[in-house]
Ligand binder design. Sequence first.
Ligand SMILES: C[S@@+](CC[C@H](N)C(=O)[O-])C[C@H]1O[C@@H](n2cnc3c(N)ncnc32)[C@H](O)[C@@H]1O
Length: 450
Amino acid sequence: MNLPEVFKNNLSQILGTEFPAFLKALESPAPASVRLNPKKKSELSALKTKGNISWAKDGRYLSEKPVFAEDPAFHAGAYAVQDASAMFLGYVFEKIVDRRRPIRVLDLCASTGQQTTLVASILGEKDLLVANEIVKNRLSILKENILKWGFSNVIVSNQDPETFADLEGFFDVVLVNPQSSAEGLFANNSSAISEWSEANIQMQATRQKRILSAAAMLVAPKGVLIYSTNTYNSTENQENVKWLNRTLDFETIDLEVPEDWGIAKKESYFQFFPHKTKGQGYFIAAMKNLSRDAKFVKGKPDLNRLRREQRAILKDWFRPEVFEELEFLYKNDGNIVAIRTALLADYGSVLRALAKRSSGIEIGIFKGKDFVPSHAFALSDLISDSIECLEVPAVEAMKFLRKENFEFSTGKDGWLLITYGGNALGWVKKIGDRINNYLPAEWKIRENLV
Ligand SMILES: C[S@@+](CC[C@H](N)C(=O)[O-])C[C@H]1O[C@@H](n2cnc3c(N)ncnc32)[C@H](O)[C@@H]1O
């Protein structure tokens, strides 16, 4: 591995006598790992696991990396692929975030949503999660990953962090996981090595400060900002955190971590090095907002409510314990969104403040008197357990996911939820001898994988 000399000098200063062990560890790639979805079933997956991840109860190392796209359980959202070190965010979150009342969380640099789904697993039915990604072409995968995960209280947006200013002081937790010089990815990604330079570190650090100062404004008094990167140098890590604490009135939060996990702790910052933990390089620090200023816009979403008779038609589609807690609203395009009544004002505030965002989970559309359920609804945590399901084996599940025809016998006409391993994959509708596959075209698996 041809590492830049300046990088080696920096790391040798950080690690001292441990440096040779670090260099040796870089020669093998970090092990593949997944995070199981605690709200779905995961028995039928094709995964070959090889042990738990100490700091992540749902995390599993894999003994070999399968082609995830060939596993219907992956498409059903039974698990997500995530590096083990990055799962430590969940441990930090659970230790420091006050959950005695509903919370609002913003994942400001969501990319394709690994952090987002990790936090979605922790949140409850009264909490709100906003996932933002600035790069537009990452949005479809982000949305897909969130829908597969099934947590319904999520708004996805596509904005520059500086355009969130109307939500000043709105969020109890803001996650900032920006782009970095990616030193922690060297073992798995050789282009990270060739792109490394001291000038790039400075450029990244300047951009990270800009994102951090926009993020800091959005944190409620006593709220928390959690900053993480995939890099080792102090310019992008500790120095940025110290700058935030100094200039924007935050304070780093300390927390206890078992020593035998191998996570390096300096002051109250945590670092993952590959010679001590199995996973990629990672840095994380959590800071509390000491400022008392709070302002945010408040309002209900500017959308029309569903008519009473239409609401009555929807009743049997939903889990009875959530139905009464839901408000159904029409979007301008006729799609219906379901929003928990307790979160209506929060949705209103976010939707009013952000220009480019989705308005909540779309559950379907009415065609005359008939309700046509959406794919997002099929995969969500709102759907009734009494919906008629058809459990299929892997080969049929893959045919469904490729939008091909497949044989099955069922008597009744109507909507059927196709499931694999007990998890929903999507809808089919039987009308006489005809079966329509309602998997949206953009979700279709294109390669002939099996
Ligand atoms: C390291 S990735 C985030 C990974 C993500 N948290 C996850 O767990 O999957 C950093 C993200 O920050 C985004 N980004 C780039 N420039 C940004 C900016 N100026 N403001 C906010 N986000 C930015 C990138 O598009 C990228 O998706």
